[in-house]
Design a protein around this ligand. Structure first.
Ligand code: SF4
Length: 276
């Protein structure tokens, strides 16, 4: 008897039941940084500590300078743009009273249907923008059936996102069970999944791929690099300036659960309100 058969009998079924059932592994993933709050497991700082004390202007620049990608902004409130966070941990190490890791790959650090929804605490108007984006997306993707095909384009990735996308095809995540299949041809694709910061050499092929896909089509930006340019954000702005992104997935890299969630949101299979 083959060793693989014996291993299979020993391990049993390893495929996650998510999203039909909760998955503890998804909850154990570390998401991008958020503002410290009692709502975040393992963080006892009060949410009100995110508000700046009077006359704290001298400290503002130091807070913003903590972040190599400009994800931290100090105005009337300290805000973190999770779409810029590369999970370096500098802010959490320096100011654990202000910053904490978001918990759970499919929780508050997961995919969003509008770019501004990646900013915490929420900016005014985010809920209205999310509702409008969701209804527009639902109307556009109503024609998509039980299975969809995905074309992946690497627009200058460091390769980390590709490892997580590749994991979707393994026995643990088994994305095929959700009716998602990858294709090499844009002509057969319903979803364009883009990784990387949007390097100059890839803008042409990326646009050509998008134009070659039949309507309706959905675009997912996977990872902080694709969302904002990541560490290259002073020179590149991500892929949103090249193709119209419908779903944004933060993380460097994002977890396979986050990518699955984005695919389900993009194709109307996950209920609205998945983020937050
Ligand atoms: S990139 Fe680093 S410093 Fe900036 S918010 Fe993320 S963890 Fe904090």
């Amino acid at each position: 008897m083959s060793i693989w058969v014996l291993r299979g009998l020993r391990d049993g079924i390893v495929t996650t039941r998510w999203p039909r059932r909760p998955d503890g592994y998804a909850d154990s993933w570390r998401g991008p940084v958020t503002i410290a709050s009692d709502d975040v497991p393992g963080n006892g700082a009060a949410a009100s500590s995110a508000w700046l004390p009077d006359g704290a202007a001298a400290d503002d620049a130091r807070l913003e300078q903590l972040c190599p990608t400009g994800a931290i902004e100090v105005t009337d409130q300290v805000r973190v743009d999770q779409g810029r966070c590369i999970l370096c941990g500098r802010c959490v190490a320096a100011r654990p009273d202000l910053f904490a890791w978001s918990a759970g790959a499919t929780g508050p650090a997961a995919a969003a249907a509008v770019r501004q929804a990646l900013v915490v605490p929420e900016e005014p108007g985010t809920d209205a923008a999310l509702a409008a984006a969701r209804s527009a997306l639902a109307a556009r993707t109503a024609a998509l059936r039980r299975s969809v095909h995905v074309r992946h384009v690497d627009a200058g990735s460091d390769g980390s996102e590709e490892w997580e996308i590749q994991a979707l095809l393994g026995p643990v995540y088994d994305i095929h069970r959700l009716g998602v299949f990858f294709t090499a041809s844009p002509r057969h694709a319903d979803v364009l999944m883009v990784t990387g910061a949007g390097t100059v050499g890839m803008t042409g092929p990326l646009r050509t791929t998008y134009k070659g896909m039949p309507d309706p089509k959905v675009v997912i930006a996977v990872g902080t690099d694709a969302v904002s340019g990541g560490l290259l954000s002073d020179r590149l702005s991500g892929v949103g300036s090249e193709v119209p992104v419908d779903v944004w997935v933060p993380g460097s890299p994002p977890s396979p659960f986050s990518i699955m969630q984005a695919l389900l949101i993009a194709t109307g299979k996950l209920a609205p309100g998945a983020r937050r």
